[in-house]
Design a protein around this ligand. Structure first.
Ligand code: DGJ
Length: 722
């Protein structure tokens, strides 16, 4: 009775805290329980009488009293016994082998602290093994306005001798209360990135992961009670990992009905040996809870990425209109032809002219040159500088493609340092696209790449780098490293990748960095905190892109989504230039055509479209995205972008193939479209529809947008009438 009363009081206190928005971490009077409060949720944990730190509840903040006993350990370990999960021990976040061969861990609570990390409140809890010298600090950072918490751990060998072998170490775990759940995540392959997948979580484990350092999907996920499918309301637990390289997220469904979600680095073929005094800190795993359906997930994840994660120097800047030469000139680049392209690019309104692959020494095709990051004098006898000067004189900034992590066996670099690539002795070195991966875990490789890229940036006025990565990890051997370090190679590789990008960015702060891995093969919140945008896919078919954009925009912000208008025709589907522009204008607009072949009419269309884009791009880049109609539901897609002050919106309407009238339900669909996120009492004018409407009317009654026919599209500016 007493404890129930206390819990009600705690619940009350939590509600007050939310209202005041002052204190988001509330510690119980005895110092043995905590409530972490976001806008929609509470995360509650306590210390049980056995001195184990337990996760009690994560979800709607008014329901916490039902879960007093805890759903599982805050840091589930290999070993011991978990009363909460009597028949099926929880999946461990950490698995180690102590120097004497003991493999079980027994943790007990030591201390805790409420602190501030990067401007947000965080709870730090320290636990220790009862016998062995291992300390685990776990962190939960609370991001109330984004409805998210961030979890990570730091493990230290506090002993004097002997290494602790870490066989598995994840960033975080949460338990969802008993229910029947459905998981949605995004997966894919080159040219088919970000395909949504939905699966019911039945008893057992569902894992999403990458083992080859590329993924074409995302560690982002959403879990909803089965049947709660409204896009704008209903409970969703969601999350994402702030890490590149190999990652995994496991969804464990137990017979007691609970679901555990745990994620972090993928320890497949990986181990870390912690020597006395050494620590390892995991990447951060984001967990969120909203009751605003998938739309709530989008708002939380994309706003957080846009406002807090993206590199600060360019975070609030509108992205330039790009030209990229890849589809126009392939590997056969030269000064005269690039200047001809740049001249027309400038005429139609492009701001950043980027030369893709083919410009560096020996790069006649994909079989040679990677690794030698100096200009090819056969193609550019005068070097890059005179050409860049001319491009700058036209009023364009200049950018360049590089693929630093790779090397062709046919290159000066490989001939000089064949031991710099990942390899195992006595084993074949497997190429993909004729290339091998440099072992960036090595300091000499890091220094070589740093020196070559910084020289390139120092000697030339380069304002944009497209950073590509085209090979999946094979042959992950590092024979020259001490035996107990060899299987940590992927961790060291990513540490040095991050360090390289961060060092270059610090030294060259006004350069934009684009993340590419054969398209969207390496998109995650780790990369997005170091890169400004992403080349989402080499599939530039506008219809396929409509689907990809819908998925991408569900989890990532529009100002990171680069999309070009090109002549490449993946599906021999003829779509108009206007349609292609309308699709690419939904993110960071680029042009990839051989524009020297354009006639005046094509140039005019491009000029008008780029001008239209410039007029709306601030809203596209900085606004909130609402997926009004998903292409996965029919043969059209409608996206709405709205400024934070809700006074300006842009609506993209795309039709895809059109069915003959009355042949299927799709053709009988109600044509009225309801907008979202406007001010009900404010009047808006929709450009192209000669009328004004109140926000309430647009959101509740809806209007019919005048777009008819197959592969037709329009972009409508919606502006508040002052
Ligand atoms: C793969 C990328 O995804 C393409 O966009 C292009 O940059 C090529 N590499 C160049 O080799």
């Amino acid at each position: 009775m007493k404890s129930k009363f206390l819990l009600i009081l705690t619940g009350l206190a939590v509600t007050l805290l939310v209202t005041a928005q002052t204190n988001v971490i509330h510690s119980g009077n005895d110092g043995r329980s905590w409530s972490l409060v976001t806008r929609s949720a509470v995360y509650h944990l306590n210390i049980n009488p056995q001195e184990n730190v337990q996760m009690v509840y994560f979800g709607n903040k008014n329901q916490m009293e039902r879960f007093v006993n805890g759903l599982g350990e805050e840091i589930p370990v290999r070993g011991g016994y978990t009363p909460a999960n009597r028949y099926e021990p929880a999946a461990p976040m950490i698995e180690v082998i102590f120097p004497d061969g003991v493999r079980d861990i027994e943790l007990e609570y030591k201390t805790s602290e409420i602190t501030t990390i990067d401007g947000y409140p965080a709870l730090k809890i320290i636990q220790r093994d009862k016998y062995y010298p291992m300390e685990i600090s776990s962190f939960i950072r609370v991001l109330p306005e984004y409805d998210m918490i961030e979890k990570w751990v730091e493990v230290t060998n506090t002993g004097k001798k002997g290494s602790i072998r870490i066989e598995n170490l994840l960033s975080g775990s949460v338990f969802l209360p008993k229910d029947v759940y459905e998981l949605t995540y995004y997966s894919g392959v080159a040219l088919q990135e970000f395909i949504p997948q939905t699966a019911k979580l039945t008893h057992g484990t569902k894992t999403i992961q990458t083992k080859y350092m590329k993924s074409y999907g995302s560690s982002s996920f959403m879990v909803r009670p089965e049947g709660e499918n409204d896009p704008y309301s209903g409970k969703v637990w969601f999350g994402s990992l702030r890490y590149t390289g190999n990652w995994r997220v496991d969804f464990e469904k137990y017979w007691n009905g609970n679901v555990q979600i745990l994620g972090g680095m993928n320890f497949w073929d990986q181990e870390v040996n912690l020597k006395p005094g050494q620590s390892i800190t995991t990447p951060r795993m984001m967990y969120g809870y909203t009751e605003r359906g998938v739309e709530g997930v989008t708002m939380s994840l994309t706003s957080y990425t846009k406002e807090k994660l993206l590199p600060a120097v360019h975070r609030n800047r509108v992205r330039p209109v790009l030209y990229n030469s890849w589809y126009a000139t392939d590997f056969s680049v030269n000064e005269e032809q690039q200047l001809a392209l740049a001249k027309i690019a400038k005429e139609i309104g492009v701001e950043m002219f980027v030369i893709d692959d083919g410009w560096f020494k020996g790069r006649v095709n994909s079989q040679a040159g990677l690794g030698d990051w100096t200009v090819d004098r056969n193609k550019f006898p005068n070097g890059l500088k005179p050409m860049i000067d001319k491009i700058n004189a036209m009023g364009l900034d200049f950018g360049l493609w590089i693929e630093p992590e790779m090397v062709n066996p046919n290159s000066d670099l490989y001939r000089a340092h064949p031991d710099w690539v990942f390899h195992f002795p006595n084993r074949q070195r497997h190429t993909q696209r004729n290339q091998l991966i440099l072992n960036l875990a090595r300091e000499d490789v890091y220094q070589y790449l740093y020196t070559s890229i910084s020289a390139l940036l120092k000697e030339n006025n380069i304002k944009f780098i497209k950073w590509d990565m085209n090979k999946s990890m094979t042959d992950p051997g590092w024979p020259s490293a001490p035996a107990d370090e060899q299987r940590a190679v992927r961790i060291r590789y990513i540490e040095n990748l991050y360090r390289l990008v961060e060092t270059l960015r610090k030294e060259f702060p006004d350069v934009w960095f684009e993340d590419c891995a054969s398209g969207g093969g390496r998109v995650d919140l780790g990369m997005l905190s170091r890169f400004d945008f992403v080349w989402v896919s080499d599939n530039v078919d506008p219809v396929e892109r409509i689907f990809m954009h819908d998925s991408y925009l569900t989890i990532f912000p529009a100002n990171t989504m680069v999309s070009w208008v090109t002549q490449a025709n993946n599906h021999r589907r003829n779509t108009s230039l206007e349609y292609k522009f309308d699709v690419s204008m939904a993110g960071v607009l680029g042009v990839g055509y051989d524009i020297t072949k354009w006639d005046n009419e094509q140039k005019k269309i491009a000029t008008d479209k780029i001008a239209q884009y410039k007029a709306i791009r601030e809203t596209v880049h900085q606004g909130d995205v609402y997926r009004i109609v998903s292409p996965y539901e029919g043969n059209r897609s409608i996206l709405q972008y709205t400024d934070k002050n809700k006074k300006r919106a842009v609506v993209f309407v795309y039709h895809m193939a059109v069915y003959p009238i009355n042949t299927i339900d799709e053709t009988q669909r109600n044509p009225l479209v309801k907008l979202r996120g406007l001010l009900p009492e404010t009047n808006y004018r929709i450009e192209g529809i000669n009328n004004t409407f109140s926000g309430k009317y647009l959101m509740e009654a809806g209007v019919e947008f005048p777009v008819r026919g197959a592969y037709q599209s329009r972009v409508f500016a919606v502006n508040a009438v002052e």
